[in-house]
Design a protein around this ligand. Structure first.
Ligand code: TGC
Ligand code: FAD
Length: 391
């Protein structure tokens, strides 16, 4: 019953938000309640992305919340961006994925590393959802280790020739544009904008996922694709360029995971108060109170961590390692809460009547993509010891 949702705010975090933050969050929340929650279970069961929500996602600032208004973005700060991600993921992690990819992995690199012509050509249409985008970094043999990628392009004089393949790409099956990371003849990584319709470019869909079923995932195949030279992103090369995009997306995921956790907690709390066994509500049993009390404690800690990270992002001072800590902590927090919340609902917890099992399955992807749980721990480890343990 999405109409009953009560957002937990145990430490009065609203006191730390501006009127604009609350307005942005509340309008995203109302839109998710109205447009996403009532239909998302059905689309997830059918393994289909609900394309009818694209326009609304654009209207609530779900595409490029922090991109300047001159390029069609919402021109909001990092906390508003986070709050929008929180509200979208309260609805579904797959919908938040579409928003994250479009905002931080497609619009962000075009804004940061693109030419003025590229910005004007793509950003306003991406902001409204007229164009949908995807981001190709991961390859079949290079997931956690993207610097090993083999997708490559050659300078043919008047164009580039692109060859290779990307795997596990969110939005790929319907994307109009793809920001693709590939190596030049010297082995240096660059970003290229590849458009649907270019000869030799195909996007087969990945089927049979048990997770993130309302998000379309696919491959990007490049078979001698002629990419115009003006489609290269000139502003930055090397692995640092896609990593900067990931910093922005991972920050949004840290907020998003709180939304999924809030929805699981809220659902479990209401159910526990209503469900009677042994002549009293199950919320009156200590074992269930332990679960619920620990959930609200972990949500509150995650909210404080993420709000502070938002302040640092607004100041331009958040480090990659700080973002990793929040992404890792919050996604793990959400997955644990989803598991416990599902148990509170007993048998009902495994059905699509409630959102918890869908969140639980979705979060298995969220804990893996944008850097796995292990990789983020190693990023913290490298940061505090000064000794990278990846290789
Ligand atoms: P390493 O030697 O650490 O760095 C190579 C170069 O990159 C620079 N760099 C950064 N620059 C700016 N910002 C950052 N955050 C940076 N991180 C690294 C670094 O300074 C260096 O530059 P230079 O000039 O010295 O060469 O790289 P490594 O090869 O050892 O790898 C490090 C590692 C493992 C941490 C990193 O590659 C990693 O994070 N791996 C995980 C891969 C990942 O997250 N993939 C995500 C794919 S996209 C996705 O999942 C989308 S999901 C859909 C959705 O969002 O909803
Ligand atoms: P691997 O890298 O093979 O890792 C397998 C296991 O080994 C993991 O447990 C990992 O933690 C562990 N491991 C790896 N290296 C180390 C190490 N050095 N030390 C210790 N343990 C290690 N990618 C994109 O580019 N764009 C997208 O839009 C996108 N969307 C996605 C959507 C979904 C639904 C999913 C599931 C993935 C998506 N990805 C996307 C890919 C995602 O980023 C990768 O799956 C992720 O980075 C992990 O890579 P991998 O799956 O190849 O696992």
């Amino acid at each position: 019953r999405p109409d009953l949702f009560q957002a937990p705010d145990y430490y009065n975090l609203d006191d730390l938000l501006t009127e604009e933050h609350k307005l942005v969050r509340d309008s995203a929340r109302a839109w998710v309640k109205r447009e996403v929650s009532p239909i998302i279970e059905e689309y997830a069961q059918r393994a289909e992305f609900p394309k009818q929500i694209i326009k609304g996602l654009g209207e609530i600032g779900g595409f490029g919340p922090y991109i300047p208004e001159q390029y069609g973005g919402a021109g909001l700060d990092q906390i508003s961006y986070g709050l929008i991600m929180q509200e979208i993921e309260r609805g579904d992690s797959g919908v938040r994925s579409t928003s994250s990819v479009q905002s931080s992995l497609v619009m962000y690199p075009i804004w940061k590393f693109g030419t003025e012509e590229q910005r004007m050509k793509y950003l306003p249409k991406l902001a409204t959802g007229e164009f949908m985008g995807c981001f190709g970094l991961t390859e079949p043999d290079y997931g956690s280790n993207p610097s090993g990628m083999v997708t490559n392009f050659k300078d043919m004089g008047d164009h580039y020739l692109l060859n290779g393949a990307k795997m596990w790409i969110s939005n790929a099956p319907f994307a109009d544009v793809a920001v693709v990371w590939a190596k030049n003849e010297e082995g240096r990584i660059h970003g290229l904008i590849v458009e649907r319709g270019m000869e030799g470019f195909t996007t087969p869909e990945t089927h049979n996922k048990w997770s993130l079923r309302a998000s379309a995932t696919g491959e990007l195949i490049f078979d001698n694709v002629k990419v115009p030279k003006e489609n290269l992103l000139p502003g930055k090369s090397g692995l640092g360029a896609p990593m900067m995009c990931l910093d922005s997306a991972r920050y949004g995921i840290a907020w998003g995971a709180i939304g999924a956790a809030m929805d699981c907690y809220d659902t479990a709390l209401r159910y526990a108060k209503e469900r009677v066994q042994f002549d009293k509500p199950i919320a009156g049993f200590q074992l269930q109170q332990k679960k619920l009390a620990e959930m609200i404690t972990e949500i509150t800690k995650a909210q404080l961590l993420t709000w502070r990270l938002g302040v640092l992002r607004n100041e331009g001072n958040a480090t990659t390692a700080q973002i990793s800590m929040a992404k890792r902590n919050n996604v793990n927090m959400a997955i644990e809460i989803a598991r416990e919340a599902r148990q509170i609902l007993g048998g009902m917890g495994i059905t699509g009547e409630y959102s918890i099992m869908r969140h639980s399955m979705n979060l298995e992807s969220v804990i893996t993509y944008e850097g796995t749980h292990d990789i983020h721990l190693l990023i913290t480890g490298a940061d505090i010891t000064g000794i990278p343990a990846f290789k």
